[in-house]
Design a binder for this molecule. Sequence first.
Ligand code: ADP
Length: 277
Amino acid sequence: MSECTHDCSTCGADCPSKKKTDLREASHALSHIKHVIGVVSGKGGVGKSLVSSMLAVLLSRMGHKVAILDADITGPSIPKAFGLKPGSIYGDENGMIPCKTKTGIETMSLNLLVDSETTPVVWRGSIISGTVKQFWTDVIWDDVDYMIVDCPPGTGDVPLTIFQSLPVDGIVIVSSPQELVSMIVSKAANMANMMNIPVLGLVENMSYFVCPDCGKRHELYGKSHVDEVAKDFGYEVLGKIPFDSRLTALCDRGMIELMDNDYLDTAAEYIVNKLPI
Ligand code: ADP
């Protein structure tokens, strides 16, 4: 446990005198959500949305009811990966109804509310944070075993709002070998610690590339340090995903639900064991 900084709003130390201000928001009265899992990364483009999508698909294939809350408001990639179109959310006097993917994963994303997926979101941070909160409070998440929250990259305003407002059971940290992984993990770990949220483990994306002609494995970004870093922090490595052009093609065509690989099977099993229904 970290040392007290005498500022309860940001400090992770569990002092007896700690002012316990619970900023959590209640979900919609008609929602039933059992577990919330945040997927985070240090920067954009490392494959956080891909990992969120793959985990959702695998948990759904295991027979669980799954939802994705796309909190990456300014860079939403979830609808595209699942082939969901802008303008496909509807609502009634009770609240907004999430869009269902072909295999029944409930999904909410700003790109489902706008007219066109190229409409930019030019909003201040507070509005973006407010929108994420509304995705939790105003959406009727029918019956969900596992909700995956695709968080925006970094440790800014919106991830902070998510960790404070939603009952996040654990986070998965996504990194790539070209990053300073120990720094990324350290920042995410400190943030999770401040909010008393457990880290479920690390996923390394674009770990390696297997040549389709000769089958040789290449570490395109050099040697991976994820195992050492995970050991130092006492975290699990939940999976290593190679650079696989079939994944890019599936995401581009909106067909991620057809993926056929075992890259995150261990991760999905680990999550279900750690957070049983
Ligand atoms: P982030 O959410 O971290 O910004 P994305 O998941 O949107 O990143 O990934 C960025 C792009 O890279 C997407 O086009 C995605 O399909 C592609 N991509 C990510 N990981 C892989 C991978 N392992 N193999 C092939 N393409 C990938």
